[in-house]
Write a protein that binds this ligand. Structure first.
Ligand code: MLC
Ligand code: AMP
Length: 491
């Protein structure tokens, strides 16, 4: 068992999860995850870091599978329920996962991959059925999870974290935000990224608290749950706060009053994964009385910087390093910068990931000689708190809290018949942070709707461009490189 699982033996009778209208105690979670482990081991003593992929919507079963893989000594590879087949195939091939645990809703969808790449589909019901065996001792230095993140390469990279990394990512937040066993949180985030997996689900379970799942965001349903009186915590990306505000604004005055009263009682509300626009923070404070705590994180590091739980939360700022996180800001000549000067955020500490899966060169490139992880984000220290200024790459887009590689979309777009060349950029937008937008050079007249429909075969909805323009050429510098900032101006 991992430390996370061991801890739960002290809260056995407490409710761990609320999922599909049922409650599950820590004891049931532990027993079911041990059954998953036994069903995966099938007589073996240890999975020895075999990659076990799973396509299961956010739920009790998702959690039991994740814990079961860990208990059996495997590496958990959560797949995204929104991804089309080619994106899933890429992850399965990259991790060389031999099996995928599949929820019944996705079985038919994944079936072609059994033939195509020889992966074995295992039905979720089979994996969670009662079973027992002696479980291996898990060394905390072992690899635990691979999450895929888009970056400055066209294909996403697998971010490998060990059990030690995960524990450090959890405990720093539990301490800083004073999680306790009486907390109750709603999870509305996807469970193939750290925000949902670590900040919400794992922190809750570490604390003996309760996590309720709502697998698909819906402003009306979220408002109903926020008003139920059972929640103490809420965490989301800025787009979700934007959408909740829009719903509140459209409600009657009587309903608005009820919503405001209920949310004013929360212990803590957190925003992250993308810059929180100050007007959104201010509006949320006006309607709920809650000053959102903004924090900064990344798949590779968990959370790095956070505004204070007890002291000043400065709008537009992300606060100070979390306990155990070392941070420095570095200029383009690799020298630390002083206060009020912009520099790249570099991070060190036990929460920083181990490696990009089977990408030695990319891993080496991501760290300095002294072992600092280079985030690519630019920040500055003003009056004692950090402010994020942006990123060093125009090829990374953040939309709805998802990190998206412009290069990945361009590579697919270039295959659309008639597309000669293209440049994908993120256009600033208060609701989405940035909106994916494509400038296309075409041999013939092309229809944007047709392009979007075709792209959906290869990319999830959040990566599909929402704006298109057609030009005879792309703006380039003297070296022939496309100037993305000029492309943005064309829209
Ligand atoms: C969807 N739509 C978009 C869009 N996504 N439009 C523009 N840009 C986008 N990115 C449109 C759809 O086409 C549709 O339009 C409508 O919005 C509803 O679509 P949906 O698919 O139902 O969207 P919804 O479920 O509302 O999604 C919004 C969301 C989602 C905010 C809930 O994006 C989300 O879950 N984001 C969280 C991502 C996350 O967890 N990131 C953390 C990464 S970890 P129409 O016209 O059909 O209505 C990380 C580290 C850290 O970053 O620091 O945390
Ligand atoms: P991901 O790779 O999906 O984990 O996204 C991590 C990236 O999200 C970081 O590198 C930042 O660019 C961005 N990010 C996360 N939190 C914040 C924040 N509070 N403000 C601005 N950007 C953020």
């Amino acid at each position: 068992m991992t430390d996370l699982q061991e801890r739960t033996t002290s809260f056995k009778d407490r409710v761990a999860l609320v999922s599909n209208s049922s409650s599950y105690s820590y004891e049931v979670l532990l027993d079911t995850s041990q059954a998953v482990a036994a069903n995966l081991l099938k007589g073996k003593t240890d999975l020895h870091e075999a990659r076990i992929a799973f396509l299961v919507p956010p739920s009790f079963e998702y959690t039991a599978v994740q814990w079961g893989i860990w208990a059996a000594g495997g590496i958990a590879v959560p797949l995204c329920v929104l991804h089309p087949l080619p994106s899933i195939q890429y992850v399965l091939e990259d991790t060389q996962a031999e099996i995928v645990i599949v929820h019944a809703d996705f079985h038919k969808f994944l079936m072609p991959l059994e033939k195509e790449i020889g992966v074995k589909l295992v039905a979720l019901e089979k994996v969670i059925k009662t079973n027992q065996c002696v479980l291996p001792q898990i060394d905390m230095a072992r690899r635990a999870m691979i999450l895929y993140t888009s970056g400055t390469t066209s294909k996403p990279k697998g971010v490998v974290t060990t059990h030690t990394n995960i524990e450090a990512q959890i405990t720093t937040l539990v301490n800083a935000w004073e999680w306790e066993k009486d907390d109750y949180i709603l999870n509305i985030l996807p469970l193939h990224h750290v925000h949902g997996i670590i900040n919400v689900l794992s922190c809750s379970l570490w604390s003996g608290a309760c996590c309720e799942f709502l697998p698909k965001f819906d402003a009306e349903r979220v408002w109903a749950i926020l008003q139920s009186g059972r929640l103490s915590l809420f965490m989301a990306v800025p787009t979700i706060y934007y959408k909740l505000i829009a719903f509140w604004e459209n409600a009657t005055i009587t309903k608005q009053k009820k919503m405001s009263e209920a949310t004013s009682k929360f212990r803590l509300m957190v925003s992250g994964s993308a810059a929180l626009p100050v007007p959104v923070l201010e509006k949320w404070r006006e309607i709920t009385g809650q000053t959102l705590l903004e924090r900064y994180g990344m798949t590779e590091i968990g959370m790095g910087l956070s505004n204070s739980y007890r002291e000043e939360r400065r709008p537009g700022y992300v606060g100070l390093p979390l306990p155990g996180v070392e941070i420095r800001l570095i200029d383009s000549d690799n020298r630390p910068v002083g206060a009020n000067q912009p520099g790249e955020i570099q991070i060190k500490g036990p929460s920083v990931f181990a490696e990009y899966w089977q990408k030695e060169e990319a891993t080496a490139k991501a760290f300095t000689k002294e072992g600092w992880f280079k985030t690519g984000d630019i920040a500055q220290l003003n009056n004692g708190l950090y402010k994020i200024l942006g990123r060093d790459s125009v090829d990374i887009i953040k939309s709805g809290g998802y990190k998206i590689s412009a290069l990945e979309i361009e590579e697919v777009l270039r295959k659309f018949p008639g597309v000669d060349d293209c440049a994908v950029v993120g256009l600033a937008n208060e609701e989405w942070g940035e909106v994916v937008s494509a400038c296309i050079v075409a041999k013939e007249n092309l229809d944007a709707v047709e392009i979007s429909e075709w792209l959906k075969n290869y990319l999830p909805s959040y990566k599909i461009p929402r704006n298109y323009i057609f030009k005879s050429d792309l703006p380039r510098n003297v070296l022939g490189k496309v100037m993305k900032n000029e492309v943005k101006k064309l829209f």
